[in-house]
Design a protein around this ligand. Structure first.
Ligand SMILES: NC(=O)C1=CN([C@@H]2O[C@H](COP(=O)(O)OP(=O)(O)OC[C@H]3O[C@@H](n4cnc5c(N)ncnc54)[C@H](OP(=O)(O)O)[C@@H]3O)[C@@H](O)[C@H]2O)[C@@H](O)CC1
Ligand SMILES: Nc1ncnc2c1ncn2[C@@H]1O[C@H](COP(=O)(O)OP(=O)(O)O)[C@@H](O)[C@H]1O
Ligand SMILES: [Mg+2]
Length: 276
């Protein structure tokens, strides 16, 4: 397994061309946040915006709209009932992030089904949290698109059928091959399984063990893959950045909050972009 080091950052985070505009940096659509888990999709959306995604739209329960806008006026918002608009938003996205706080009720299942039916091969689809658990309990065909799963170990157990104790590199890679997807298997040393091999994060702190930390990572992966052409590098850079910021904050903090990481992303990317 190859180690992910600091070198991934300048290899991925490019200086912005002077003649660019918001469209240069990708359209991310995030879908999640039921009435109970609004915070999850708010953090994921914030993480996409702070990672530099050009345009971010959040599709969520109407109960979350005011709080999302109060925290993040940069995001556009549509609620779960706007079916026609949702389908056209998904069609226009470069990257779709589905699952943070989505829940598993009938509406959650319908929203995920619509994503899977709508996406095309040129898009990137990040499947996180509840969306992984819904997929694990339904025998649906996966769409032909660039799929990125971001499970924690129990979500991976549900999806892959591999018990946590048996989640070895060989077993994980075998299921990845069947899924034909990138798998970001989150743990204290997150592993990324791709078509070209497996990469392990070298950073991360138990100060990160708090709710919303993975929702934030999903949004960051959305923001990074929307902007940076090499998707495998973009995923690695997002995973590394998430933990590197957490480690910096953990020098002086017992616990690191997801929203604190989010607010440090622009500065961290500025300091670690390619110098040319
Ligand atoms: N503020 C918000 O809105 C928040 C909303 N959230 C949203 O909630 C939704 C459900 O996501 P979820 O991860 O909380 O629940 P679920 O999928 O049932 O997994 C938990 C089960 O797995 C087990 N487990 C074993 N190993 C594990 C591991 N390494 N990491 C984690 N768990 C592990 C664990 O074992 P236990 O802790 O009981 O020992 C337990 O039995 C999802 O949409 C998410 O986005 C959250 O992000 C929180 C903040
Ligand atoms: N002990 C730890 N050391 C390093 N990173 C951790 C540790 N515990 C959790 N994390 C990180 O926190 C995140 C947890 O993701 P997840 O369980 O999906 O959170 P949530 O769904 O609550 O947002 C992952 O990125 C994981 O790598
Ligand atoms: Mg999660």
């Amino acid at each position: 397994m190859k180690k992910i080091t600091k070198a991934i950052l300048p290899n991925t985070i490019r200086q912005r061309p002077v003649d660019s505009y918001k469209g240069t940096y990708g359209r991310v659509v995030l879908i999640g946040g039921n009435r109970n888990f609004g915070g999850a999709i708010i953090m994921a959306s914030e993480a996409s915006v702070y990672s530099g995604a050009g345009l971010v739209t959040t599709i969520t329960d109407s109960a979350n709209q005011a709080s999302l806008h109060a925290r993040l006026p940069e995001a556009m918002v549509t609620d779960f009932s706007q079916h026609t608009q949702i389908t056209s938003l998904i069609q226009s996205a470069n990257v779709v992030v589905v699952g943070p706080g989505l829940g598993d009720d009938a509406n959650s299942i319908e929203q995920l089904k619509n994503v899977l039916a709508t996406v095309t091969p040129s898009q990137i689809v990040i499947i996180d949290g509840s969306a992984i658990s819904i997929l694990a309990s339904n025998n649906w065909n996966l769409p032909t698109t660039n799929l990125i799963f971001t499970p924690h170990q129990m979500e991976w157990q549900r999806l892959s059928g591999i018990k946590i104790a048996d989640q070895t590199e060989t077993a994980n890679q075998q299921i990845r091959n069947q899924l034909n997807a990138t798998v970001v298997l989150k743990s204290h040393r997150t592993e990324i399984y791709t078509e070209t091999g497996c990469f392990q994060n070298t950073l991360g702190t138990p100060a990160q063990a708090t709710g919303g930390m993975g929702d934030t990572l999903a949004g960051m992966i959305g923001g990074f893959t929307a902007q940076f052409a090499d998707t495998t590098n973009a995923v690695q850079a997002a995973v590394y950045t998430h933990s590197a910021i957490a480690e910096q904050l953990a020098r002086n903090q017992y616990v690191v909050l997801p929203t604190q990481i989010i607010h440090e992303i622009p500065k961290f990317m500025h300091e670690n972009q390619a110098s040319n």
